[in-house]
Design a protein around this ligand. Structure first.
Ligand code: BGC
Length: 576
């Protein structure tokens, strides 16, 4: 029997609050220092009590872990690091019994080089069907010593690696990411058939949807033309990245010439086909696109009625703590989504970005560093947290679906002093440390302040105790441990719980956004109403007058409101 709340007019995902679990770092049930599926099962009650509606799991499939699981060696197997299929089924069924939907990650742009297909391709001659599943090409120049084109890897370095054939240098294969992540050839029908079969494998098990990795990347321009542009992961550079969609850049014309490997029109055919697969199943299954595209109107194409259901709103994530940029991101997203009849989505952090609590504490709170290390500017932790909590009240009051990255409900900062010796992100190594990488936002969660590893590991201790968490946690994590915040008035976790309760009670997720009279982004004020709630966000530097006799429903901190004024770096929900 279903325990899900009925959603009479809209499917569940249109307004869901979806919590991203990074399985390596969420909870470790077998004491080996690495998170696992049983660890997730053990914390589902916590998540249900938080008031979220769904979880999204980053990859837990068989993988050599060259990119923390985004390098899949077998799409139908669970990596022994995380457990097995039975653990997955138990987790799924428990989540469903608690009323939580489950979304899994799908990585269709590339496989691991240890995938059986790639191994077969390496053992097969050029021109063979096995090679045709990937992007193999002859090199340029004498004896093919030059790569087939000038594309760069998103993680740094070249995007091509040459293979050895019968002991001598042979063809090259494309990898937009790490050498160990060869790109699939989406011109090959076998690739389509296989990925649809993978979708069905997990749909048959009962998953509610998929987060589609690099959803704009699978189709490459015919002839693989050279391209002078630079592409990075989510970045603050003025290149062909997410940042170039941010409000500050929106008057900029689209890249000329556009990237030959991102956002090609051909990708939409793939999603139309997948939409048809999902339709065969009951229960409003969904797809959410991780697509880094230039213009909001281009992004909206991914969520046309016959394609995906959602796309991440990186424009909002990149706005930073800046009233004008936040307001513009809200306007642009609502407009672009409405044009195709799709609900908007909102997100502040994920496993690829510096946590927003830390970004918002930088001298420039719109900055978007590629990781932070001890040599870099260190964020003001308290200021960043205050702003992050205010941004949360802004986000949860918006109509549409909101994504929460694990630990943000505790107010967790980035680990900004992680030593190089512990870093694992391939982008750190491929850029010789110029990019600090994404490890700082992937540090294992603190559950219990007074336990070793802040209670990340539980279960039967191995001889000599639990293994250390796979990345070291900073000492400050003690203040943020879940057990120190639970039930404490004014803690971040209680703010999340209360906000989600009010959001649900007033169905804000399916509500209507309208700018309020106080809205004045130029003066640092973002203000809008959604049904019975009006949100005031003070991103300026002077206290803001609340309307006379305003009834405060929720404030971002216990001292945000005093004597009828809202302090800077704060937000408040008042009764409209
Ligand atoms: C994922 C990253 C991953 C990359 C390659 C991304 O967009 O979110 O974590 O490194 O795809 O799969």
């Amino acid at each position: 029997m279903s325990t899900f709340q009925p959603t009479p007019t809209k499917p569940w995902w249109a307004s869901a609050v979806i919590y991203q679990i990074y399985p390596r770092s969420f909870a470790d049930a077998n004491g080996d220092g690495m998170g696992d599926l049983s660890g997730i099962s053990g914390k589902l009650e916590y998540l249900a009590a938080l008031g979220i509606n769904a979880i999204w799991l980053s990859p837990f499939y068989l993988s050599p872990q060259a990119d923390a699981g985004y390098d899949v060696a077998d799409y139908r197997r669970v990596d022994p690091l995380f457990g097995d299929l039975q653990d997955f089924d138990e987790m799924l069924s428990k989540a469903h019994s608690l009323g939580l939907r489950v979304i899994v990650d799908l990585v269709p742009n590339h496989t691991s080089d240890e995938h059986a297909w790639f191994q077969e391709a390496l053992a097969s001659p050029s021109g063979s069907p096995a090679r045709d599943r990937y992007m193999f090409r002859d090199g340029r120049g004498i004896d093919g010593v030059e790569p087939p084109n000038n594309w760069r890897s998103i993680f740094g370095g070249g995007a091509w690696t040459r293979v050895t054939e019968n002991g001598v240098p042979g063809q090259w294969y494309l990898h937009l990411f790490d050498t160990k992540q060869p790109d699939l050839n989406w011109e090959n029908p076998e690739v389509h058939a296989e990925m649809e079969s993978v979708l069905r494998f997990w749909l048959d098990r009962g998953v509610d949807g998929f987060r589609v990795d690099v959803a704009h990347g699978m189709v490459k321009a015919a002839g693989l033309p050279d391209w002078e542009g630079q592409t990075a992961m989510v970045s603050g550079d003025e290149t062909n990245t997410l940042a170039s969609q941010s409000p500050a850049h929106q008057q900029k014309p689209a890249m000329d010439p556009p990237s030959p490997f991102f956002d090609q029109d051909g990708v939409h055919e793939i999603y139309r086909a997948w939409n048809r697969v999902l339709k065969e199943y009951d229960g409003d299954r969904m797809l959410v696109a991780e697509a880094w595209v230039e213009q909001p109107e281009r992004l909206a194409l991914y969520v046309r009625p016959d394609e995906m259901q959602q796309a991440f709103n990186f424009d909002f994530l990149l706005a930073g703590w800046d009233a004008q940029r936040m307001a513009a991101a809200v306007d642009n997203s609502l407009l672009a989504n409405a044009a195709v009849g799709a609900p908007a989505t909102w997100v502040l952090s994920n496993h690829d970005t510096v946590r927003h609590t830390s970004r918002f504490g930088l001298l420039d709170p719109t900055a978007f560093p590629k990781g932070i290390s001890a040599e870099d500017e260190q964020p003001d932790e308290a200021l960043g947290l205050a702003r992050a909590r205010a941004a949360t009240l802004l986000m949860f009051a918006l109509p549409g679906s909101a994504y929460v990255y694990q630990g943000e409900e505790l107010g967790l900062p980035e680990h900004t002093t992680l030593e190089a010796a512990f870093r694992q992100d391939p982008s750190f190594f491929r850029t010789n440390g110029v990019e600090r990488g994404r490890d700082g936002c992937r540090v294992p969660l603190p559950w219990k302040a007074s336990e070793p590893g802040y209670g990340f590991s539980s279960g039967t201790p191995k001889e000599g105790g639990h293994a250390a968490p796979w990345l070291p946690q900073p000492p400050s994590f003690a203040h943020y441990a879940a057990d120190t915040e639970a039930g404490v008035a004014g803690s971040t976790v209680e703010l999340y719980r209360s906000a989600l309760e009010v959001r649900a009670a007033h169905a804000l997720g399916v509500g209507t956004h309208a700018w309020a009279p106080q809205h004045d982004p130029g003066a640092g004020v973002v203000a809008f109403s959604n049904g019975p709630i009006t949100v005031l966000v003070n991103a300026g530097s002077v206290p803001l007058d609340l309307p006379p006799a305003a009834e405060v429903v929720l404030a971002s901190t216990l001292d945000s409101v005093s004597q009828g004024k809202l302090a800077p770096n704060s937000a408040v929900w008042i009764a409209s």
